[in-house]
Design a protein around this ligand. Sequence first.
Ligand code: 4NP
Length: 170
Amino acid sequence: MEGFSGKGKISVLMVCLGNICRSPTAHAVMEKYIENKGLSQLIYVDSAGSGAWHTGEPPDSRAIAKARKRGYQLETYRARQVNAADFQNFSFILAMDEENQRDLLKQSPESQKEKISLLLDHSSSGLSAVPDPYYSGEKGFDLVLDLIEEACAELLETLSSKIQAHPKRS
Ligand code: 4NP
């Protein structure tokens, strides 16, 4: 397992069920937005699944193909399960849906629970969940990208403001 590379940075962990569809998509979108803003030295992003079924696997081929069309690269990612250290390491732990959020809250030490929220809590979409696309058709994967792009853009605005307000802490 890879170590944590976000020490000293604001760090964001994207979490879904399998870590092969939604959270790797959110990982790649957020990473690209961070790079585009020149903030890679200050913000770190990773993804994981609440379940272990797909550990070690690349993302779902449908997620890879849809993301590639919009300029995101997912194919080098490998699925991993959320672990105890994640709750200590990450500044923000963002669940794709309420089930993922409940699983995270069950696992988290009490002192780290405030780090856990829904990704779409950071978006003005009015929705709460990025729907699981695994058993959906093509359209499910397009919707995942639409919701994630909107939320990551807004999340990055929030994080950029935090960095500007507290430049020495980051
Ligand atoms: P994800 O999608 O949580 O967005 O990665 C899923 C991937 C696999 C399964 C369910 C959802 N599965 O049941 O194997």
